[in-house]
Design a protein around this ligand. Structure first.
Ligand SMILES: Cc1ncc(COP(=O)(O)O)c(C=O)c1O
Length: 376
């Protein structure tokens, strides 16, 4: 049976004991609804500023390839996958053995939870951060220790070291971090990794890499790799490339680590449309540069609008912004929903912050109109 994101999480909850298990988890049940039930297209559907998608959709060059790929939909995707892996390897100057493809980077997260977790092991991650890995880990009996971000919304690396005799199998560093769009400086992460015991692996999730390139503190662990078999770096085609629905992601790791990860990945996990789109995306440097520039412009516009209204924000290095609403976020979410604008789910413990994905200019106009109409 094919599982959707929503049904997957429902299934995994029921597998570990339904309601009791939900209340025992550190995340609210709502956090499981990573997607929204209604994914209707614009302009008739709601304005979707809730999932950090690229609101403009795939670039024209990718759409063309996507349509053409349907003609070979009756063939297995081996050859196209091989080409894609070669392109990814070339991009990051690694060998093809070091590239692990995923059905979205979500699969990479799931595979890491499987290999580096289990009863008796701990996953250390930030709070708040992207929840998927924590959920996958918990369903495998891994203890999850969530360490609050520091006052600058960076990972509090001093507190993320092993504590109280725990066996840390994996540390998750989401950089830029979802939901805060904040970054943790590369230098600090590098120093931190050196303090970890040899059996502790580190997954650096660079899903929002392309939106952080203008920050001097942000340096990717892929573009400037360190020689350490414990480091895994994940990337996705869901954000800057606008391919969230196509499901394509990957990780890069050193030989033995990559081999283990491939053994836990699904066979043929990249379909032929995804593979062809991925190849086209990596071939289109101009499309990438334009997409980055456009999002940076949208972010600058958002910041200007927020400043006009004296709204406090976490400095953003993402395609989304975490803003202080001064109100319980659940109420804010419900209010926006009543205005046909969907914004990000609650991210405890930031109970008055709301995560807003940057939309197209008309979508942002709808957002600000709703904001201005929100009572106190
Ligand atoms: C930080 C982070 N990592 C991974 C993912 C999963 O992305 P995908 O499975 O679409 O590649 C997301 C999705 O929003 C995310 O925010």
């Amino acid at each position: 049976m094919q599982l959707s994101r929503r049904s997957f999480f429902r299934t995994s909850i029921s597998a570990i004991g339904a309601t009791a298990a939900v209340s025992a988890l550190p995340f609210p049940a709502e956090a499981f609804a990573i997607g929204e039930p209604q994914r209707a297209n614009q302009p008739v559907g709601p304005v979707l500023l809730n999932s950090n998608e690229n609101p403009y959709g795939p670039w024209p060059s990718l759409k063309e390839k996507m349509r053409a790929a349907l003609d070979v939909g009756h063939r297995y995707p081996d050859a196209q996958c091989e080409t894609l892996v070669g392109k990814v390897a070339e991009l990051h100057r690694v060998s093809t053995d070091q590239v692990i493809m995923g059905c979205g980077s979500s699969e990479i997260l799931r595979v890491c939870a499987e290999i580096f977790g289990g009863p008796g092991k701990t996953l250390v991650q930030a709070s708040p951060t992207f929840e998927s890995l924590g959920h996958y880990a918990e369903t495998r009996g891994t203890k999850v220790r969530a360490v609050p971000l520091n006052s600058k919304f960076e990972h509090d690396l001093e507190k993320m070291g092993p504590a109280g005799g725990e066996k840390v199998g994996l540390v998750y560093i989401c950089n830029p971090n979802n939901p805060t769009a904040s970054i943790t400086p590369r230098k600090a992460i590098e120093a931190y990794v050196k303090t970890l015991p040899p059996e502790t692996y580190v997954l650096i999730d660079e899903a929002y890499h392309h939106f952080a390139l203008s920050s001097p503190d942000y340096v990717s662990f892929l573009d400037h790799p360190v020689n350490d078999p414990r480091i895994i770096v994940a990337r996705t085609f869901s954000k800057i490339y606008g391919l969230a629905g196509i499901r394509l992601g990957y990780a890069v790791a050193q030989g033995e680590t990559a081999k283990k990860m491939k053994a836990h990945s699904s066979y043929d996990n990249v379909n032929i449309v995804a593979a062809k789109c991925g190849i086209a995306a990596l071939d289109d440097a101009a499309g990438l540069a334009a997409a980055i520039k456009r999002t940076e412009g949208d972010r600058t516009e958002f910041i200007g609008q927020a400043q006009k209204r004296n709204i406090m924000m976490v400095p953003s290095q993402g395609n989304f912004v975490m803003i202080e609403t001064g109100k319980p976020v659940r109420k804010v979410i419900d209010y926006f929903k009543s205005q046909n604008v969907m914004i990000g789910r609650p991210f405890p413990p930031l109970d008055t912050h709301a995560r807003i994905t940057l939309g197209t200019p008309p979508e942002m106009q709808a957002f600000w109109k709703a904001w201005d109409g929100m009572g106190s």
